[in-house]
Design a protein around this ligand. Sequence first.
Ligand code: NAP
Length: 176
Amino acid sequence: MATHYYTASSLDGFIATTEHSLDWLLRQEIDMEGPMAYPEFEKRIGALALGASTFDWVMRHEGGVWGYTQPTWVFAHGSREVPQGADVRIVSGDVAPVHAEMLSAAGDKDLWIVGGGDLAGQFADAGLLDEVWVQYAPVTLGAGAPLLPRELDLELIDFARNQSFLCGRYRVLRPE
Ligand SMILES: NC(=O)c1ccc[n+]([C@@H]2O[C@H](COP(=O)([O-])OP(=O)(O)OC[C@H]3O[C@@H](n4cnc5c(N)ncnc54)[C@H](OP(=O)(O)O)[C@@H]3O)[C@@H](O)[C@H]2O)c1
């Protein structure tokens, strides 16, 4: 079982604008049946974690409907309204105990850190992030929510072009 951070990014390393807009991403061409696309990736996922801004974006974008079936942990300091029937719990603080809960909920499947970048960084800080998958859109934003604001060494283990996107899959290298 592995813990993945799978996300799309601008070429200059931002996953959303400073106003938390993803319009730059949603207008790009992608083949959902193509290499490294989300539907194939999601089949391996048994539990999700996301930060408060990402949760808020999903709720706004989906009109308050929660679309994921996997057990989900949302990191937030304040409270959040969770749609009825959604398998979502709000947590805060250290990611390590949450990671242990996610592992036991996921069965033999993998874990997905949806974002943002600092939350993925918190899992990396704890030595709990195994892979980073990035779909690079042909856009620069100049500023915004950072892709992964940490100093990490990664090994490129796969790559592909999917229409507009340059897709990379990286293994997180642990310090010796
Ligand atoms: N391009 C893509 O594919 C992609 C993927 C994912 C996300 N996104 C977008 O990227 C943006 C990411 O926003 P962001 O950088 O602000 O990151 P975020 O992780 O979505 O939200 C950050 C917030 O999460 C809460 N948080 C994080 N760690 C916590 C912890 N350990 N304990 C308690 N609360 C914690 C804090 O919220 P509070 O202190 O405010 O409660 C923090 O301000 C969003 O707009 C999202 O929609 C894009």
